[in-house]
Ligand binder design. Structure first.
Ligand code: PCA
Length: 213
């Protein structure tokens, strides 16, 4: 099994992005699966283009994208990506699209086809906070997740999804009341997620990951 794993470069005045730090630290072989690591720039259009180039080259069975979600306290396994770019801040190329469709010929949204509930449960079993997220936002992470699922349909038989991780403790030294998670725990969580993906076939768990609002 080939797993394409992506992390982002730092953005929004941060010096570090835990997603790429974590990707670099993961083993290149996990339970027999080969892990191919790619750094993706936090740039709307380019992120999808680089992903597609690597899909053509590597022909992965699974695409797992990791991103930083500043302000979130748990590992968040994303359920859905929507067909819209709506930026509050500029990407690393200075672009700030507002209400632009990602793909004219794409669906309004795509659901992750990874076992998202099972992943959350397995991470929690190891005493690491994890949750389903019902929105990956409207910035570059949502864009990349949307592209991953659009391209998974285009290139066939690819499972794809996205996991957001919190800030690192060193990123919140001057951000009062902002949660963080150390790299060791995020790394353990993503390892568990990958093992769950490798060993899973069939239906996801039927347990709630919903929210009232
Ligand atoms: N997080 C941003 C983009 C890159 C990253 O790591 C996001 O959540 O959209």
């Amino acid at each position: 099994m080939k797993i394409l794993l992506t992390g982002f470069d730092p953005f929004d005045k941060e010096k570090i992005n835990p997603s790429i730090e974590l990707v670099k630290k993961l083993n290149e072989k996990i339970e027999g699966a080969q892990i191919f690591k790619i750094e993706i720039p936090t740039v709307f259009k380019k992120s999808g283009e680089i992903l597609e180039e690597n899909i053509k080259k590597i022909k992965p069975d699974v695409i797992l994208c990791i991103g930083q979600a500043g302000g979130r306290s748990a590992i968040s396994v994303e359920r859905i990506a929507i067909n819209i770019d709506d930026a509050r801040i500029a990407d690393n190329d200075g672009k700030k699209p507002i209400d632009e469709k990602i793909r004219i010929d794409g669906e309004n949204a795509y659901f992750s086809n990874l076992p998202i509930k099972k992943i959350v449960e397995e991470i929690k079993k190891e005493k690491i906070p994890a949750e389903i997220s019902n929105s990956a936002g409207t910035f570059v992470c949502n864009h990349l997740m949307y592209e991953a699922l659009y391209l998974a349909e285009k290139y066939k038989n690819i499972r794809a999804g996205f996991i957001h991780i919190p800030y690192l403790p060193e990123q919140v030294l001057n951000k009062a009341n902002t949660p963080s998670m150390d790299l060791e725990n995020s790394l353990r969580a993503i390892n568990i997620a990958i093992k769950t993906i490798i060993n899973h076939n069939g239906e996801d768990l039927k347990i709630s990951g919903g929210k009232i609002s």
